[in-house]
Ligand binder design. Sequence first.
Ligand code: ADP
Ligand code: MG
Ligand code: MG
Length: 254
Amino acid sequence: MALLTVRNLHARVAGKDILKGIDLEVAPGEVHAIMGPNGSGKSTLASVLAGRDGYEVTQGEVLFDGKPLLELSPEARAAAGVFLAFQYPVEIPGVGNIHFLRTALNAQRRAKGLEELDAMDFLQLAKEKSKLVQLDAAFMNRSVNEGFSGGEKKRNEIFQMAVLEPRLAILDETDSGLDIDALRTVAGGVNALRSPERGMVLITHYQRLLDYIVPDKVHVIAAGRIVRSGGRELALELEEKGYGWLGLDGGKAK
Ligand code: ADP
Ligand code: MG
Ligand code: MG
């Protein structure tokens, strides 16, 4: 069974129809890359899956593990094993990164009927996982995202994913300020977290990232629809020929 099924998804933001019939199926173990011109609806898709306020679904459905996802609160989605990296990009002064993450992990453990981790056990786990992205201990004690550089935010995102071990991870790589070292670290973390049970949706307009994370499938969104799907070679073709080759210009399908 597919891990994530998106069927004919239509969504509206600020009174404007943005998603106009998205169909997507992600099986366990697969990494899907979603690409497309600026303003085509990539982040809107991620926001709808996250359950962000202000995004109105007008048609279609989303199933996670065969169950309706859209009726769940953002918190319930997270507890069920859906990880949306940018769910936490907001700066939360005064709340330590580590405290924040423990709360999220324990919510997930409660949902699974597991015992919560105490501070000591959690710290142990966090230290182990932090090695994956070369985050140092001082970093963990800083407030959530407060004063983090672009690269640190990305590392933290992967660190959160490593701790929460989601079944489905949706990463919206909107940050263009990722230097090559951070890019490699993020890609290394993502690759280390690939597993036969886990699906990942990686939203990016940088083909470069896909030199490090080789996707199973690539989709191009334009004007709120998936206009092309293929394997890794599709990303390479886009790199070479640009979106113009698909008859797309500025996010508008011709
Ligand atoms: P992408 O991530 O592909 O660059 P987005 O999903 O961010 O595109 O945006 C798609 C369209 O929706 C754009 O025209 C954008 O201006 C509009 N949009 C997205 N979010 C909002 C919002 N909160 N309010 C108004 N318009 C929005
Ligand atoms: Mg954009
Ligand atoms: Mg975007």
